[in-house]
Design a protein around this ligand. Structure first.
Ligand code: C2O
Length: 533
């Protein structure tokens, strides 16, 4: 194990990843941001210099932050935001979190503006079950992309006349690259010019582990490579019994590893990341849903691919939206839950000690007429400068948790969460601090004892889709003291309040105390007007 130290400077910048210039926020002037690639067991230290004129914070999506809960990065839960013009150091171990993960800002909606990157924890050869299954690795980072900064988009979304319709992306990117047709730019005077698509260069007859990460604000993607099948071997850090697919759906926040074998005719092939149009708000969006990249075989020449996808949409008629791929399940679902099983089996967690039925809904706030997301009737909105972890520390055993905090007091208790999404659009839910078992997922209403569950070696991951008009049921064991956010990973829905938190093992957490420099963040006078998610 080694100490790996990363120096990050967060600044404003401008960028034209799909040809259209817009303001962004970057780490070290890079998009996607600098990758963190370490070996399991390494200790990661990230020294963040916040050169913005607003606060920031960073989350390590997929890390369980065992023993380091105050570095999980959620203002109002585990820390105070990093004030503008100051430095803050995150540090965490990586013992039990092998796999494909990512990092992103967790303050306001900053990650949509560019603060994302890959976080890869490699299994050392001695313990990598797939050591002999691939020759090389490539990261593939997917995102939806907007031609405006998030501020004005959010303002419009959080106004009474948006009717809760989320901002619609203008395009999509693969590894920070895309192509946009300048005639379609709105407003027409936005600077727009030529750009490039992402390309991965491969050698014939080799095996590549592609690490897919969906860093989108909202979009779900269907990923495929023309002429090739993909062998799925990892989901959110869990190694899987290999499972062959033609294409795979990946929702925002989720990751997969797939093995691509370059055993086809020597040529260039399109890689397709198709945006789930049916998961976007209704209306005509003038969005080309198929985001392309290239897989270039050595020896195939420089011409762009001419390969044809398994499904070719008819060109949209004027004023119409592009057709939706019927293979992209209407509900924007995950890969078949019953088909995916961890390579290392573990029994289903039981018996259940805490059962939470969490109902997702939307409702207009009586005060301002703005549509808000509600979990069990509560729209989350707490004070970034009064984090739960500090309240628990300072108030001791007398700390009475507010309604949107679920308190887990008993070590080794089994928690079940029924995400009840009957009547709603799809929502990818992410739990911090844990890898959970997905025991059920489907359309309709979950009925305990009646709805079939996946009781044999269920999939373990950290972000699961509650399908449209459906449910997802997850379980985890209470064994990680901390304050863990549980939220929809559609970033717009975070702003609208689809967030809750678990206060796990509060007594143990209190006994752990808090590092001085973390507590100190909260002594900085709060910047008025900022709220946490
Ligand atoms: Cu990747 Cu709280 O999220």
């Amino acid at each position: 194990p080694r100490n790996r130290i990363f120096f990050w400077k967060v600044t404003y910048s401008t960028l034209a990843p799909d040809g259209v210039t817009r303001p962004v926020i970057l780490v070290n002037e890079k998009y996607p941001g600098p990758k963190i690639e370490v070996n399991r067991g390494d200790f990661v230290t990230v020294i963040v210099e916040n050169a913005l004129d607003v606060p920031t914070s960073f989350h390590w999506h997929g890390m369980t932050m065992r023993d380091d809960p105050w570095y999980d990065g959620v203002p109002g839960m585990n820390q105070c935001p990093i004030p503008p013009g100051t430095n803050f150091t995150y540090a965490f171990g990586t013992d039990n979190v092998v796999g494909t993960h990512w990092w992103h800002a967790h303050f306001e909606n900053q990650y949509i503006d560019g603060l994302v990157g890959a976080l890869i924890i490699r299994d050392p050869p001695a313990t990598n079950p797939f050591l002999h299954a691939y020759d090389e690795e490539r990261n593939i980072i997917l995102t939806d992309w907007y031609h405006q900064a998030t501020g004005p988009l959010l303002q419009k979304y959080m106004s009474p006349d948006s009717n809760g319709h989320e901002p619609v992306p203008n395009s999509g990117l693969i590894n920070g690259k895309g192509v946009f047709d300048c005639k379609n730019v709105i407003p027409a005077d936005l600077p727009c010019g030529p750009s490039e698509r992402a390309a991965i260069h491969v050698i014939p007859n080799r095996r590549y582990r592609l690490r897919l990460i969906n860093t989108a604000a909202a979009a779900s993607f269907l990923f495929s490579i023309d002429g090739h099948k993909l062998l799925v071997i990892e989901a959110d850090g869990t190694d899987l019994n290999p499972f062959m697919v033609d294409s795979l759906p990946i929702n925002t926040g989720q990751r997969y590893s797939v093995i691509l074998v370059t055993n086809q005719e020597i040529a260039n092939y399109w890689m397709r990341a198709e945006i789930g149009m049916s998961c976007l708000p209704p209306g005509v969006h003038n969005l080309d849903p198929i985001v392309l990249g290239e897989v270039r075989y050595a020896g195939a020449g420089v011409a762009p691919p001419t390969s044809v996808g398994r499904w070719v949409p008819k060109p949209p008629a004027k004023g119409q939206d592009a057709e939706i791929n019927p293979a992209f399940v209407a509900a924007c679902e995950d890969l078949d839950l019953f088909a995916l099983h961890p390579l290392k089996p573990v029994p289903i967690l039981e018996p259940i000690s805490n059962n939470y039925d969490i109902k997702i809904s939307f409702g207009k706030s009586p005060e301002d007429g703005i549509l808000r997301g509600l979990l069990n009737g509560i729209s989350f909105n707490n004070d970034a400068w009064n984090p739960t972890i500090l309240q628990n520390l300072n108030e001791g055993a007398t700390y009475t948790v507010p309604e949107h905090v679920m308190r887990l007091d008993r070590r080794d208790a089994i928690v079940q969460i029924i995400i009840d999404n009957s009547g709603g659009g799809e929502h990818p839910f992410h739990l911090h601090g844990h890898t959970f078992q997905v025991v059920a997922q489907g359309v309709g209403v979950y009925e305990e004892g009646k709805t079939p569950i996946n009781s044999i070696n269920p999939l373990r991951r950290d972000t699961v889709t509650a399908p449209r008009d459906g449910f997802a049921v997850i379980r985890f064991k209470v064994d990680n003291p901390g304050v863990w956010s549980f939220h929809c990973h559609i970033e717009w829905h975070v702003s609208t309040g689809l967030v809750m938190q678990f206060l796990e093992l509060p007594d143990e957490l209190r006994a752990m105390g808090i590092p001085k420099h973390v507590g100190k963040l909260c002594e900085t006078p709060a910047v008025p007007g900022f709220k946490a998610h």
